[in-house]
Design a protein around this ligand. Structure first.
Ligand code: DC
Length: 233
């Protein structure tokens, strides 16, 4: 069943790292026939490029070097029917499989706190959502990218549960990481995301909170559809 095909809105899904925002946003987009945009993937893609081009050495981010690289970075999403979602490309190269490593995760917060990085990516995100009909997940979508989004969700979950989820995900991919290392990364990214000077993670005043610590995806979906109907009917 499809809902209100004619009246397309913007759905902003913000919140803490590793609380299932992308999985949830993707499911919402599939249900509504909307486009799903994972803005975290864009910050990760810039971080990967910076790692591969010497702008990050031994975990230290050289901000000027990252800014200098920005003009060479062209990001686009292409729909992958097998995944039912879009893959991210940098300068035509598929990087989807390389952006979720612990190395990228450890460097993405400092990269995403660089003003010029945010300006470039926010402008791209606004362009992608100009026709509406998008579900965009990130940290600043409801506050900065689309303050006029019709429906704003703020997702959260217990940090230990979030670390366990990411651990299972990485293990399944064959990554050899410890739960402690992941939990440390989750907690330090929360801290960095909330305290950075530019566009810190915060709940928009008109956002609805979803704590999914103990909720399944179908339960979250049921919760969401009730909110969606309130806004669109
Ligand atoms: O959603 P994620 O964990 O893949 O995001 C990776 C990082 O990117 C996260 O630590 C913060 C940053 N980010 C951001 O600053 N603004 C966004 N809109 C999305 C992500």
């Amino acid at each position: 069943m499809e809902y209100n095909k004619k009246h397309k809105i913007i759905i902003a899904v913000d919140g803490f790292s590793s609380c299932g925002k992308s999985t949830f946003a993707k499911a919402i987009a599939a249900k509504l026939g909307y486009i799903f945009i994972d803005t975290g993937a864009m910050y990760r893609a810039v971080t990967l490029y910076a790692l591969e081009h010497g702008a990050i050495r031994s975990g230290v981010v050289d901000e000027d070097a990252v800014v200098a690289l920005l003009k060479d970075i062209d990001i686009d999403f292409r729909f992958n029917p097998e995944r039912g979602a879009s893959d991210i490309y940098v300068n035509g190269d598929l990087v989807e499989g390389k952006i979720r490593t612990i190395e990228v995760s450890n460097c993405v917060s400092p990269v995403s706190s660089i003003r010029e990085v945010r300006e470039k990516l926010v402008a791209m995100q606004q362009q992608m959502g100009r026709k509406r009909g998008v579900v965009m997940d990130g940290r600043d979508i409801g506050t900065v990218v689309f303050p006029d989004a019709e429906l704003k969700l703020f997702m959260t979950a217990d940090p230990h549960i979030r670390a366990l989820r990411r651990y299972d995900e990485l293990k399944a991919k064959g990554d050899n990481v410890s739960l402690e290392e992941i939990e440390q990364n989750v907690r330090s990214r929360d801290e960095a995301d909330m305290t950075r000077a530019i566009s810190p993670l915060r709940q928009a005043e008109d956002a609805i909170v979803l704590d999914n610590s103990f909720m399944t995806i179908p339960e979250q979906m049921e919760w969401f559809m009730a909110r969606y109907r309130e806004v669109t009917e």
